[in-house]
Design a binder for this molecule. Structure first.
Ligand SMILES: Nc1ncnc2c1ncn2[C@@H]1O[C@H](COP(=O)(O)OP(=O)(O)OP(=O)(O)O)[C@@H](O)[C@H]1O
Length: 277
């Protein structure tokens, strides 16, 4: 067993996990039409259109400040668009269940609640009875194969464990879509590698559509079914690159010729967009 921080180990995440079949149809899960957003005089999006396929993990990558976080924040309803429409299978955000994982897990968890109570919290807001809340949370943790003492408070957990609790809290409501804004950027490298495997496992287990903002091209390609490459603002889709590598992906994936080619292609598109400014 490869020991990691505070009782987490690589062993259980390295088990081969069979990928749940994707939904047979490839109709878009999210449709974005005519999205416009400006901050002061800066136009970040101008009549932006995008389809996000169902059951895929989409990484968003692009030049600094191009509008990656703005895009997921608008889709997730955290900030308003100036114009345009975002629909989820034809429904509005308020009609669906979704989750959001913030970069700053330290501020995202309630420090006075245990891991279990943090994860249960959204169910409490949904007025799910206490017994059922606990049962659903324990079932989720067991299903995901995560070894974590749920009686610990955030200050007793490593950064990775806290972020894992944040992700489980987002998943406990069985969201149709999960948004993650640079979820690992505050973690050290060892924990980042571990958490990538955890996220891949969660994605394969749940089949939830996921939209991830990443600053790390290798991470963006490694985790994604497709990489959304944005131009500088006003942002447009520079490319929406499919990543063909089979799952579960591991360290050997990084040196496979197809993976290396895909990453090089994304880097070329990125550099073209950076030079365009
Ligand atoms: N609330 C705001 N008020 C004014 N300008 C903002 C606001 N939020 C974002 N911006 C600006 O809009 C642009 C896009 O911001 P956003 O955070 O979406 O970019 P990003 O691609 O996620 O950035 P980064 O690569 O730095 O993470 C940036 O130039 C940013 O300075």
């Amino acid at each position: 067993m490869t020991p990691l921080q505070d009782g987490l180990s690589f062993e259980h995440v390295s088990q081969r996990v069979e990928r749940l079949p994707l939904a047979a149809d490839r109709r878009p899960h999210v449709t974005i039409r005519g999205l416009s957003k400006r901050f002061d005089n800066t136009v970040i999006y101008d009549k932006f259109d995008l389809d996000i396929p169902r059951g895929e993990l989409i990484s968003i990558f692009g030049p600094n400040g191009c509008g990656k976080s703005t895009l997921i924040n608008i889709i997730a309803g955290l900030i308003p668009a100036d114009a345009g429409q975002v629909l989820f299978d034809g429904m509005l955000l308020k009609e669906i269940k979704f989750g959001y994982v913030f970069q700053n897990y330290r501020e995202a968890l309630f420090p006075w609640l245990t891991a279990l109570d943090n994860i249960c919290y959204p169910l409490k807001m949904m007025k799910v009875p206490n017994d059922e809340r606990r049962a659903r949370t324990e079932k989720l943790v067991a299903r995901l194969g995560i070894k974590l003492n749920l009686g610990l408070f955030p200050y007793q957990m490593s950064g990775g464990q806290q972020q894992l609790v944040s992700i489980m809290r987002a998943l406990v409501v069985e969201p149709e879509i999960l948004f993650l804004d640079e979820p690992f950027s505050a973690l050290d490298y060892e924990m980042t590698l571990f958490m990538r495997e955890q996220l891949q496992r969660l994605f394969m287990e749940s089949g939830t559509t996921m939209v991830l903002v990443s600053h790390d091209l290798e991470e963006a390609v490694y985790l994604a079914d497709r990489v959304l490459l944005l131009s500088r603002y006003p942002a447009r889709v520079a490319d929406f690159t499919p990543v063909a590598a089979p799952r579960p992906r591991g360290l050997s994936t990084l040196s496979e010729p197809e993976f290396v080619r895909t990453k090089a292609h994304c880097l070329n598109v990125f550099q073209r967009e950076v030079r365009r400014s």
